[in-house]
Design a protein around this ligand. Structure first.
Ligand SMILES: *Cc1c(COP(=O)(O)O)cnc(C)c1O
Length: 463
C-alpha cells in the first residue's frame, strides 16, 4: 500500500487552526450560520466514493467554520468554559497522533507515567492528600459518577452488602445528602448508578448557594450517608463551608464528596486557598481540567483519598489483558472506561506551561476580572446579584424581561457570548471568567456591549 499523505490533511488542519486561533480576538464570538445553513452544508447521505483526505479536511473546515462558537475566545463568558493553552492544545494534537489506548501501562507507557506525574502535581496544587488516587475522566459529570460509585460501594461494605455482586436491588438504604445549590450532574450520576434520586436529601442553602451546616447536622441522623459538598456554585461561585461540613461528616461516619469542578482550583491561589479550608479532609473530589486549567475538551478528574477503594470499584481483570505487575499505573483501574484517550498529556502540558505560579496567576486574574465586571456594571446601573468571591458574576438589568431581552441581543451582537440563569427567582445574566487569555480590554469591551444591548432592550418588545 502507498504510504498515506499526512502532510496534506494535517497541514490543512494546522493552517486553519492557527488562522482560527489567531483571529479569535477579532471575530464575532457567536456562530454565524443558521441550523438550515449548517444542515445544507454538512448534511446529505454518505457518498459512495472516497475523497482525498486533504479535501475532506478543506470541505469540513469550509462547511463547519460558520457554525463554530468561538468558546476559546477571551470574550467568551458562557457557562464555565475554559480555553486551551497553546501547550495543552499541542499536546492534545499529539495525543491524537500517538493515538494511545491509555487503559493499560503496556499499551502506552509514557501515557501512564505522564498521568502519574500530573496526578502528583494536581494533588500538590489543589492541596489534597499526596496519597490520593486520580482518574482522568471526560468531565465533572463522570468524575461525580466515579466518586459516587466508589462511595456507594464503601458505605455499604461495612454492612455486609457486596455491591459488585448484588448491585443495589434490596440493598440497605443510603442517603445522599446534598446542598440545594448542587450541580445537576450529582443527581444524574445517581440515576446512572442505579440508586435513583429518591435517596437525595437536599439541605438548605444560604443566599449565595452554600450548604448551611446546621441543616446538614439535622439531616445527618446516624444512618448510612454520603454527603456531597460543593466548591464553586455554578451560578455564584460560592464555596461550601468545608471544614464545618467535614467535622459533621467525621462525627457521623459519612462519606464526604466535594464537587469542585472549577472551584477546587481556587486552592492553587495562596490568596484564595483559605476559602477551601478543610477540603483535604474529604473522601473524594471531582474537578475539571477543561474549565479553569484551560485544557481542551474533554478532561475531568476524579480524586479519591482511598486508592484501594478506588481501584476496587473501577478495576477490571481479564485474561487477555496484560495488567501491570511491578507497580506501574494501569489507568483502567481508576476509570469507568475501558479503552480510553491518553487525556493526561494535555493536563500535563497545561500544568507544565503555566507552572505553579502561572496556575495561581490564572486563577487570581480571572477573579480580579470578575470583580472588574461587577464594579463596572454596577457603576453603570446594573444590579449584581451575588457576592463575587471567585470568577462568577450574576448580573441583572432591570426586570426579568429586560434582562432576558438584553441577553438575547447580546448573544446576537457578537462581541461576547454569555448565558443566563435564574437566581433566587430572578432572571440574571451569568458571567464566568475562565479563559487564560481574557484581559482588561476584553472585559471593558464586553461591558460596553452589555450596556449597548441593555439600552436596546429597554422598551423594546423583543423583536
Ligand atoms: C461544570 C460542573 C459540573 C459538570 O462538569 P462537566 O465537565 O460539564 O461534566 C459539575 N459540577 C459543577 C459544580 C460544575 O460547575
Amino acid at each position: 500500500m502507498e504510504r498515506p499523505d499526512w502532510k496534506g490533511p494535517l497541514g490543512a488542519a494546522f493552517d486553519h487552526a492557527t488562522t482560527y486561533l489567531g483571529g479569535l480576538p477579532d471575530r464575532p464570538v457567536r456562530p454565524s450560520a443558521s441550523l438550515e445553513e449548517l444542515r445544507a452544508a454538512l448534511g446529505g447521505p454518505l457518498p459512495d466514493g472516497p475523497l482525498p483526505p486533504e479535501r475532506v479536511v478543506a470541505e469540513l473546515i469550509a462547511a463547519a467554520e460558520p457554525g463554530i462558537m468561538a468558546s476559546s475566545s477571551g470574550r467568551f463568558f458562557g457557562f464555565v468554559v475554559g480555553g486551551a493553552t497553546p501547550a495543552a492544545l499541542a499536546a492534545d494534537w499529539l495525543t491524537s497522533a500517538w493515538d494511545q489506548n491509555a487503559g493499560l501501562y503496556v499499551l502506552g507507557p509514557a501515557a501512564s507515567v505522564v498521568e502519574e506525574t500530573a496526578a502528583t502535581w494536581l494533588l500538590d496544587v489543589l492541596g489534597l492528600p499526596a496519597r490520593a488516587s486520580v482518574g482522568y475522566v471526560t468531565g465533572g459529570q463522570m468524575a461525580n459518577f466515579t466518586a459516587l460509585a466508589i462511595a456507594v460501594r464503601e458505605v455499604l461494605r461495612p454492612h455486609g452488602w457486596d455491591v459488585d455482586a448484588d448491585g443495589l436491588w434490596g440493598a440497605p438504604r443510603v442517603r445522599v445528602i446534598v446542598g440545594q445549590g448542587r450541580h445537576g450532574t450529582i443527581d444524574r450520576a445517581l440515576r446512572h448508578l442505579g440508586t435513583g434520586t429518591n435517596c437525595v436529601v437536599p439541605v438548605a442553602m444560604d443566599a449565595q448557594g452554600r450548604m448551611v451546616p446546621e441543616a446538614l447536622a439535622e439531616a445527618l441522623d446516624g444512618e448510612r450517608a454520603i454527603v456531597c459538598a460543593q466548591a464553586g456554585n455554578v451560578n455564584t461561585g460560592a464555596i461550601d463551608p468545608l471544614d464545618q461540613i467535614a467535622d459533621l461528616c467525621t462525627a457521623a461516619g459519612a462519606w464526604l464528596h466535594v464537587d469542585g469542578a472549577f472551584g477546587l482550583w481556587a486552592a492553587a491561589s495562596p490568596r484564595l486557598r483559605p476559602l477551601l479550608a478543610g477540603v483535604e479532609r474529604a473522601d473524594s473530589w471531582s474537578t475539571d481540567a477543561h474549565k479553569w486549567l484551560n485544557v481542551p475538551y474533554d478532561s475531568g478528574l476524579v480524586i479519591c483519598a482511598h486508592p484501594a477503594a478506588h481501584r476496587a470499584a473501577m478495576g477490571v481483570r481479564a485474561s487477555y489483558l496484560q495488567h501491570a505487575e511491578g507497580g506501574e499505573r494501569d489507568q483502567i483501574d481508576y476509570n469507568p472506561e475501558h479503552s480510553r484517550r491518553a487525556r493526561g498529556f494535555a493536563v500535563y502540558a497545561a500544568m507544565r506551561q503555566l507552572g505553579r505560579d502561572g496556575i495561581a496567576a490564572l486563577v487570581d486574574r480571572s477573579c480580579e476580572l470578575a470583580h472588574r465586571f461587577a464594579q463596572r456594571l454596577s457603576a453603570g446601573g446594573a444590579e449584581i446579584l451575588n457576592e463575587v468571591v471567585l470568577n462568577q458574576v450574576l448580573v441583572r438589568l432591570g426586570s426579568d424581561d429586560e434582562t432576558q431581552r438584553a441577553l438575547r441581543a447580546l448573544q446576537r451582537e457578537g462581541t461576547t457570548w454569555m448565558s443566563g440563569t435564574t437566581w433566587n427567582g430572578s432572571a440574571a445574566i451569568r458571567i464566568s471568567v475562565s479563559n487564560f487569555s481574557t484581559d482588561e480590554d476584553d472585559v471593558d469591551r464586553t461591558v460596553a456591549a452589555i450596556e449597548a444591548c441593555r439600552s436596546m432592550g429597554v422598551g423594546n418588545d423583543g423583536g
